[in-house]
Write a protein that binds this ligand. Structure first.
Ligand SMILES: Nc1ncnc2c1ncn2[C@@H]1O[C@H](COP(=O)(O)OP(=O)(O)OP(=O)(O)O)[C@@H](O)[C@H]1O
Length: 875
């Protein structure tokens, strides 16, 4: 930084910008490249595999530098942003302060993980949220904005275990970037959770950024309101603080375009079913636990949406089951209408198929970064809206009728774009070729001048050929000389004296003439003017479209809802789902219910089962039965069906009555959390503790093998105590499915009110068992663990020994040690080894092994031979 005076003006600008933005990688526009310098260049060269070069900057040492092409910068930025870096795009612009019209460089936008707008950097199926979190005392204001769609959600969290609540809320929205006030650091485990569980980047702001007065004026300014009442924000101080800090950050990074966030969705936890982090993961709502894949999740079964907007909304709906029977029925009525009318359903899905992502297109248009192609995409999406709306003309259900009202066919917008933008516009908006002939008279005149000029050039070529008698005379153009006359070497001596020689090439000479230069001035002048005018016209069209933001957003939301409802209807019709009857009396009655995901994955037919839970005699079902019988599948299917019903979808059963459930809690499987220093059993118990603290009488509890992580008696005692607690109406009395291998617990049916025993039937013949997958009343008397171990391929010797131990335990005897064998002969041992490894091609494998001389082989050859012999042995 020393000797700033020696630096070139460009590098001086660089250092000035860098000083203001020390933690940001500057992408500095130079011609057709974005260049990075010094530490940024070193970092980018490492992270992006770019070649590091040097640039002379007027200092002793050359500045380390690397660059990426302008037209493909997005992929490089995407890679840096995915790693949590911030990238600032610096563009050249005319400096109005400079009399000489010097070029000034400045940041036009900072791209951070939560502020990405470029479609190539976004996953169209999910929102890209930025979160702002303000904790003050026992309360937190939290908001989530997606600047690529214009959504903004905000709420207040308080009471209970605030840290757990925050984790749940953060996990539900899964933001890419989180702005926090210093008080958040009081929850020591939260930053770790943000980094490791959410893989989000975290920005610690100052207390002043959340200052009450400043934040409320920023919020009012943003929404053009006079007071907080108008926004329903009075008394919601922490939401205002979080919003203020968010708007300030967006203003600093985005510079323009944040006005597309024009409404706030102020939600409360009371609208939606409570699903904690573990439950969402255990029930595999959006992705599988093991591979984090969509295939195998509930979303995978339900998502038949056709648009990106629908894909994003269906995720939100699945994660937010409703609590109001009226709202659930509204969705169910719409789904019913679409299930009953396959022609309407098919037509809607056909029309939806060509509708591009209106929300994200509009964001880019409002931001000012959309090009001609994106405007054309908007108009081709809009062109499908009249057909779509027309299909809904006679719908009967309220929700579909509302969607019909909300769809604006946007014909003025599509007409404007159709009229003004060419069909296949270029990528760049600064090189012309974008505006249609006939749209603007002045542009047409300029283009006319250009083509007249080109016509005259063609005439000149013909005239000169005739006048000079040179048959190969040509008029050409290049960026250096402009228009010139080219004569091949064999005729160059015939060039008339008024031709001015400009360039000598190997085979020809190039000349200019005053007439050609005059014409060139006219053509190029017209070209520059027309490119300039095209850009201005395009910008004006873009702004005209941007002014229609609210209409497009409303339509986009209507399209998204229709898409999700049509998807639910399609899945329901395809899989013979039934409409659930939603009630408030807590009854959960299912006839012939199925697991929606397992039935879609299984090749064999799925065995349906009934469910009977209520708030009285059937509060708790203790489910016993062999391993592998289907206990977990059964319990999860009940939870998934409740969720499906409460998001407004039909359910996989022949009959379903669903009592509104305010929360579902699951404790399934065991997962170590070694990183946090917690053992399997510790994790299990802390999850159980959370469930018991947060469940209500209207919750559904899925408890799978509580207590299995410790010794039998400890485990069984804990399981029994938990069961007694959840069953007791005075303590909790929540509907519970409780799977266990502790058969002793089945005696609770006799002892505790509301407990019923069930088991999943198997058929035993000799040592073999067949899984019937049917749930029946009563407790099982055996877990058939040893038989299942045999099925799983545990060696027979061990299975036999296990049977012996079991028999001794069951008869109350002391377990005897296995009989010691006498010394075995070497022949016995060899036979045993041979028995255990005897492959079918034994002779050949052994023979080749004997003859193998590894010293003559390369390591690769050795490996290949080994693979070959292994394969042969297995044949
Ligand atoms: N109703 C059913 N119809 C057909 N197949 C089923 C059914 N229920 C379960 N299965 C199959 O049985 C497998 C095992 O089921 P599940 O994991 O639910 O058994 P489990 O009783 O919980 O076993 P464990 O006690 O060992 O945990 C499932 O992966 C599924 O393929």
């Amino acid at each position: 930084m020393q000797a700033m005076a020696n630096l070139s003006p460009m590098m001086q600008q660089y250092f000035e910008i860098k000083k203001q933005n020390p933690n940001t990688i500057l992408f500095f526009r130079l011609g057709d490249f974005y260049e990075m310098f010094y530490d940024d260049a070193k970092l980018a060269s490492k992270e992006l595999d770019l070649t590091l070069t040097g640039r002379d900057c007027g200092q002793e040492e050359r500045a380390p530098m690397c660059g990426v092409p302008f037209h493909s910068y997005e992929s490089y930025v995407a890679r840096l942003v995915a790693k949590g870096y911030k990238v600032a795009i610096c563009e050249q612009m005319e400096d109005p302060a400079s009399a000489k019209g010097l070029v000034k460089r400045d940041i036009v936008r900072v791209i951070t993980p939560g502020t990405v707008l470029e479609s190539s950097m976004l996953d169209e199926t999910r929102n890209n949220y930025i979160c702002s979190l303000c904790v003050e005392g026992a309360e937190a204001g939290i908001c989530f904005a997606d600047i690529s769609t214009g959504e903004l959600h905000a709420t207040t969290l308080s009471g209970g275990d605030l840290s757990e609540k925050l984790k749940n809320e953060l996990a539900r929205f899964s933001p890419r970037e989180i702005l926090i006030n210093p008080n958040v650091l009081g929850f020591s485990e939260l930053p770790k959770f943000i980094r490791e569980r959410l893989s989000a980047s975290m920005e610690l702001l100052d207390h002043e950024d959340f200052e009450k007065e400043i934040c409320s004026s920023l919020v009012l300014q943003h929404f053009h309101e006079e007071n907080l009442e108008a926004l329903d924000l009075s008394g919601k101080e922490n939401i205002v603080r979080a919003l203020g800090a968010l708007f300030c950050y967006l203003k600093q990074t985005q510079r323009t375009g944040i006005e597309r966030i024009n409404t706030i969705d102020l939600y409360t936890g009371k609208q939606f079913m409570h699903l904690d982090l573990n439950t969402r993961r255990n029930l595999e709502l959006l992705e599988t636990m093991r591979n984090k894949e969509k295939r195998g999740s509930l979303l995978w079964v339900l998502d038949k949406t056709r648009t990106a907007m629908g894909k994003r909304l269906i995720r939100n709906w699945i994660e937010q089951p409703l609590l109001s029977p009226a709202q659930i029925s509204r969705r169910l009525n719409a789904v019913q209408e679409l299930v009953d009318d396959p022609i309407l359903r098919g037509g809607i899905s056909e029309q939806l198929t060509g509708i591009h992502d209106l929300e994200r297109l509009m964001s880019r248009i409002v931001y000012g970064s959309a090009n001609g192609r994106e405007l054309r995409s908007l108009s081709s999406a809009a062109a499908r809206l009249p057909g779509l709306k027309n299909m809904l003309k006679e719908v009967k259900s309220n929700l579909l009728a509302e969607i019909y009202q909300d769809i604006d066919v946007l014909d003025d917008i599509s007409q404007l774009i159709e009229r003004s933008i060419v069909e296949d516009p270029p990528f760049s908006i600064r090189e012309g070729g974008i505006i249609k002939p006939g749209y603007n008279e002045e542009l047409d005149l300029l283009k006319g001048d250009m083509s007249d000029g080109r016509g005259i050039i063609a005439q000149i070529e013909a005239q000169e050929r005739e006048r000079t008698g040179i048959p190969k005379l040509k008029v050409g153009y290049n960026r250096v000389f402009g228009y010139y006359i080219e004569i091949s070497n064999s005729y160059k001596n015939q060039a008339p004296p008024e031709y001015i020689r400009k360039q000598t090439l190997t085979n020809c000479e190039r000349f200019i003439t005053p007439q050609l230069k005059e014409l060139e001035g006219k053509i190029l002048g017209a070209h520059d003017k027309s490119v300039q005018l095209e850009f201005q016209l395009f910008d004006a069209i873009r702004k005209e479209v941007a002014a229609q933001l609210t209409r497009v957003q409303k339509t986009a939301h209507a399209v998204a809802r229709l898409d999700v409802l049509a998807s639910f209807a399609q899945v329901s019709a395809d899989n013979h789902y039934v409409r659930p009857i939603v009630n408030l009396d807590g009854k959960l009655i299912l006839k012939e219910s199925r697991h929606p995901v397992v039935e879609a994955l299984l090749d064999a037919p799925f065995v349906p089962n009934d469910v009977m839970l209520d708030k009285n005699e059937n509060r708790v079902a203790i489910i016993t039965g062999p391993n592998m019988a289907g206990k977990s599948t059964y319990m999860r299917q009940v939870a998934l069906i409740v969720i499906m019903a409460q998001i407004g979808c039909f359910v996989p059963a022949s009959y379903a009555e669903i009592g509104i459930t305010d929360s579902i809690f699951t404790r399934v499987g065991a997962s170590d959390d070694l990183a946090s220093g917690q053992s399997t059993f510790m994790v299990e118990m802390s999850e159980v503790a959370d469930i018991l603290k947060n469940a209500t009488p209207n919750s559904l509890l899925i408890l799978d093998e509580i207590g299995r992580g410790t010794s039998t008696f400890d485990g069984m005692s804990i399981a029994r105590a938990v069961l007694e607690y959840v069953a007791d109406k005075k303590l909790l009395g929540a509907k519970t499915l409780f799977a266990t291998h502790y058969h002793e617990l089945t005696e609770l049916e006799e002892l505790v009110d509301g407990v019923k025993n069930y088991n999943i039937a198997v058929k035993k013949r000799g040592d073999d068992i067949t899984f019937l997958r049917r749930i029946v009343r009563g407790g099982a008397d055996d877990s058939f663990g040893i038989e299942v171990a045999k099925l799983a391929g545990v060696p027979e010797k061990i299975v036999n020994r296990a049977k012996q131990v079991l028999a001794e335990l069951e008869s109350g005897q002391e377990v005897s040690m296995p009989k010691k064998r006498g010394r075995r002969s070497t022949q016995d041992e060899q036979e045993e080894i041979q028995l255990s490894i005897t492959p079918p091609n034994e002779a050949e494998v052994l023979d080749r092994l004997r003859r193998l001389d590894v010293n003559t082989l390369t390591p690769i050859e050795c490996m290949n031979t080994l693979f070959e012999l292994t394969a042969l042995a297995k044949e």
